[in-house]
Design a protein around this ligand. Sequence first.
Ligand SMILES: Cc1cc2nc3c(=O)[nH]c(=O)nc-3n(C[C@H](O)[C@H](O)[C@H](O)COP(=O)(O)O)c2cc1C
Length: 199
Amino acid sequence: MRFLEKILGKRDSKEEITMEKLNIGIILGSTRQGRVSPQVGAWVKDIADKRGDANYEIVDIADFNLPFVFTTDGEEPGIKAWHDKLSSLDGFVFIVQEYNHSISGALKNAIDTAGEQWNNKAAGFVSYGSTGGARAVEHLRGILGEVQVADVRVHPTLSLFTDFENGTVFKPAELHLENVNGMLDQVNKWSTALKTVRG
Ligand SMILES: Cc1cc2nc3c(=O)[nH]c(=O)nc-3n(C[C@H](O)[C@H](O)[C@H](O)COP(=O)(O)O)c2cc1C
């Protein structure tokens, strides 16, 4: 940065913001024992890392041991760690699994357990289920609107029947690759734009 300043002159803070790499969290939405979400998250991260356009990291809500929202005094270290993690991120890719035509209770609880840490950021989705997890993501889009997260259009949907063996071993069809990259293109564009309004 100093070298650039020398040859180009001091840049204003907005220009500096756009030159920094974004931090994008790939959020695993399920905490179920035997869950398949880590396999899907690792696949998305692998595709994302090859792009080199942002810092991508897996964020596993199970690691934070979040209590059921507002049932405690809120002093659990996991709650602060969850807030700090979200604050460090510019955008999100949610790995969404369909539970009773919606998102998992664990993911809803994790969303409810934060507030302003979500605001003015962008999100994309990779979902799975018997109908690609589409119904869960439609619910999630509405929930994220309330916490001021902008949801992008391109949405890879994975079938439990054809993209998994026995519903457990993840073997994604080749065709999803283009959609994952299309979704990441949009998440990065909107995350960059929204970073400027967060100040
Ligand atoms: C309580 C429960 C409800 C479910 N409801 C649906 C559903 O409505 N639609 C669907 O496509 N799959 C449904 N499934 C199947 C899950 O999408 C599937 O088990 C998936 O692997 C869960 O994600 P995970 O392995 O990452 O936890 C349900 C599974 C559970 C445990």
